[in-house]
Design a binder for this molecule. Structure first.
Ligand code: FRU
Length: 538
């Protein structure tokens, strides 16, 4: 192990992390086999999707390891969600593409593994498109093919010290994504001699009638184009000296977004970065600018974060959403590489965020993205579990709901008054009988949100988990908080998604008490609305 550590000290951060994870999984494999047996029996005991910490309204695989969402594409009434998957263990390993489909972005049907590793390597992250005019020639019998592009990660080449172990390959399906054939001419985009060369996101650019591809290359992105997804030409590079660079860049996305009700369209580039997020760990930054089929030019050099919480990484958006719908829909991996492999779940590891609609806003001379849960989520409201809270003032801590709705399967919407109020800090506490608590606060002095999971329950699995996350925010007259609380996560959307914080949380017992609190003054809650949420699994 000592020699191994000296060896890995000499290589780049992201690869180091993967090697450490592999070493860890080798060291703990006997224990994880035990875990798997334990988890199988736990699953039988507790019922389908009813283990402790099992998300009730978020996507998670039935069993074993998941990370990034991949191949997000809408086709013939189905939203496809592929994902980085290791079907043999609850820690990262040789990557496959797991697969699920949904008709409403909320309820998911699990399908068999779509892509297996082969002699070219593991199947790392990538994207999928609908090839409407059959530019690839993969469509047979007049069918419109789906085409996926992904990174082949070759562990043998990597072990031999080669730099060219990541290359891009494609695969197609003529049966609505149920079976996939890998292209015999793979790889289609060969590594030019760069260690980190991965995560292709492909889209159709109608002005030049070409496929465009953006991918992560070390700590920047490359943009390529192709007429047929087989021959790729490098168009440009972006990222040197701009944005956050605390870690390697991964899983980029590039798409146009229109300001609702206007004719202003900007291009948005998402780039995940690991580590180096605003509260340490993995996170996703974004840029706003213009794109002409060749080059992305940002409007400014500001660093912007899509989510200030610890647990939203490697998220990208769905392709081929019908024009009549027009939404840009995003989903992320709800974890952080700093502790993803050791969180205290047994049968499975990791869930996705709730699917979110991204919108472009223009305020105070600045463009920004807002993210909100997709509207379909509200179909899960349980009519019998709805509570409306009348205006109430509070000093110190005040319990406002105990046992009214199952808190850990709920949506909580608050409207606090801020104008004409003198209060230093106000917020919300979720608590259980053991006095474990997850706190969300807003300091009007520091103009900052914070989430505090120092005493939120189980956290000993990693030194990186407990702690406080902060996010700068300048509110208006009111503060509207929208919280989605599931069995092991809390997603916070502030003022219609102008600020987002997504955090995992593992209380030993379920949170049952909901308190609001103020410090340095009296707070005023204008109103609140709480909804119990239906579970999405049978
Ligand atoms: C991001 C990432 C990607 C890579 C995949 C491997 O979380 O590291 O860059 O393709 O995960 O599972």
């Amino acid at each position: 192990m000592g020699i191994f550590l000296i060896f890995i000290a000499g290589i780049n951060k992201s690869l180091r992390l993967l090697l450490l994870i592999l070493a860890f999984s080798m060291l703990t494999s006997s224990c994880s086999n035990k875990d798997n047996k334990k988890s199988a029996s736990e699953a039988i005991k507790s019922g389908y999707y009813q283990e402790q910490y099992r998300p009730q309204f978020h996507f998670s695989p039935e069993a074993h390891w998941m990370n990034d969402p991949n191949g997000l594409v809408y086709f013939e009434g189905e939203y496809h969600l592929f994902y980085q998957y290791y079907p043999d263990s609850t820690v990262w390993g040789p990557m496959h593409w797991g697969h699920a489909v949904s008709k409403d972005l909320i309820h998911w049907e699990h399908l068999p593994v779509a892509l297996y590793p082969d002699s070219l390597g593991y199947i790392f992250s990538g994207s999928a498109v609908v090839d409407a005019t059959n530019t690839s020639g993969f469509g047979s019998d007049g069918k419109t093919p789906m085409v996926a592009i992904f990174t082949y990660h070759n562990p043998d080449l990597e072990k031999k010290g080669s730099k060219v172990f990541q290359n891009q390959g494609i695969a197609f399906s003529n049966d609505k994504g149920r079976t996939w054939t890998k292209y015999s001419g793979n790889p289609v985009l060969k590594n030019p001699g760069i260690r980190d060369f991965r995560d292709p996101k492909m889209f159709w650019y109608s002005k030049t009638k070409k496929w465009e591809l953006i991918m992560a290359v070390n700590d920047r992105v490359h943009i390529y184009s192709s007429p047929d997804m087989k021959e790729w030409t490098l168009e440009s590079e972006f990222g040197m000296g701009i944005g956050a660079h605390g870690g390697v860049w991964e899983c980029p996305d590039l798409f146009p977004l229109k300001i609702a009700g206007s004719d202003i369209t900007k291009w948005i580039m998402l780039v995940s970065i690991n580590p180096g997020g605003p509260n340490s760990g993995s996170a996703t930054q974004y840029f706003i600018g213009d794109f002409d089929g060749n080059k992305f030019v940002p409007d400014d050099t500001d660093v912007r974060w899509l989510d200030w919480g610890r647990d939203n990484y490697a998220g990208v958006t769905w392709s081929n959403i019908p024009e009549a719908d027009g939404r840009r829909i995003f989903i992320g991996w709800m974890s952080d590489w700093k502790y993803a492999t050791v969180v205290p779940t047994t049968a499975w590891r990791s869930a996705s965020t709730i699917p979110r609609e991204l919108s472009l806003i223009h305020e105070n001379g600045h463009y920004a993205l807002a993210s909100n849960h997709v509207r379909e989520f509200e179909d899960l409201w349980k009519a019998s579990d709805t509570v409306n809270i009348k205006p109430v003032s509070f000093t110190g801590e005040k319990e406002i709901s105990s046992g009214l709705i199952p808190l850990m399967q709920s949506q909580l919407i608050f409207d606090f008054k801020l104008s004409d109020i003198r209060v230093d800090t106000l917020g919300i506490i979720l608590e259980n009988n053991l006095k474990e608590r997850f706190i969300i606060g807003y300091s009007s002095i520091k103009k900052q949100f914070y989430t505090d999971r120092r005493a939120s329950g189980s956290s000993g699995f990693s030194n990186e988990f407990a702690g406080i996350s902060i996010a700068p925010y300048v509110p208006g007259k009111n503060l509207k908080l929208n919280l989605l609380v599931d069995a092991s996560s809390v997603e916070l959307f502030v003022d219609d998604g102008r600020l987002v914080m997504t955090n995992l949380v593992f209380p030993t017992e379920k949170f049952t008490r909901l308190n609001i609190f103020s410090k340095g003054g009296t707070g005023l809650l204008n109103k609140a609305e709480f909804h119990g949420i239906e579970r999405i699994w049978p």
